[in-house]
Design a protein around this ligand. Structure first.
Ligand code: FHF
Ligand code: ZN
Length: 190
């Protein structure tokens, strides 16, 4: 199983690389890795298992964070309709997005970052994502709210981008641009 010892931290070069696309159908090994990434999220969100193994609770995980430079992400959260999303995805891609931006009122954190970084991380308010599931099915997801932010955080990892790269250094709390209309959401009311 994946534990915190498998998760690489900021400063590791893999986190700054552009991950390689997975050629489909994915190999058995790639499927196993992706399954274990979903498993990490399940374990880390289970209070007892998280305590037992010292897992930091996560709603998303990208393969580069376990030092695998391939376009694979796992997500486990609820969407804006309170639908449960538990997905392992190959080659996720944002195919369209709103002009409107949003951000998490409480800021973002990262399993690969062992410190608090305050500031507003501007994200698209709505995105459409195309990807291939663990089961090999091509899907399109329409996302907004917290789930949209999680997907953008994970897809950023596939492009070597850390959440704090998107915080304005001279004014960490300034409203994201272009501000059509900024939705303030908190992690728990996405
Ligand atoms: C997390 N945890 O999952 C954060 C970190 C916005 O690339 O948000 O680094 F477990 C992936 C309810 C609400 C239950 C929040 C994307 C953040 C992605 C993982 N936890 C939560 C929860 C959480 C990162 N990551 C703080 C660990
Ligand atoms: Zn992260």
């Amino acid at each position: 199983m994946i534990t915190m010892d498998d998760i690489i931290r900021e400063g590791h070069p893999t986190l700054r690389k552009i991950a390689d696309p997975v050629s489909l159908p994915a190999s058995k090994e790639e499927q196993d890795i992706l399954r274990s990434m979903v498993e990490y999220l399940i374990n880390s969100q289970d209070e007892d298992t998280a305590a037992q193994y010292g897992l930091r609770p996560g709603v998303g995980l990208a393969a580069p964070q376990i030092n695998v430079s391939k376009k694979m992400i796992a997500v486990r959260t609820f969407d804006h309709n309170d639908e449960f999303l538990e997905l392992g995805l190959f080659n996720p891609k944002i195919i369209s997005h709103s002009e409107e931006t949003t951000y998490l009122e409480s800021g973002e954190g990262c399993l690969s970052v062992d410190r608090m970084v305050e500031g507003e991380v501007p994200r698209y308010a709505r995105i459409k994502v195309k990807a291939t599931t663990l089961e090999g099915e091509e899907i399109t997801l329409r996302l907004k709210g917290f789930a949209a932010i999680v997907f953008q955080h994970e897809i950023d990892h596939l492009n070597g981008i850390m959440f704090y790269d998107r915080i304005d250094k001279s004014d960490p709390f300034k409203e994201p641009l272009p501000p059509k209309e900024v939705i303030k959401i908190s992690k728990f009311h996405g």
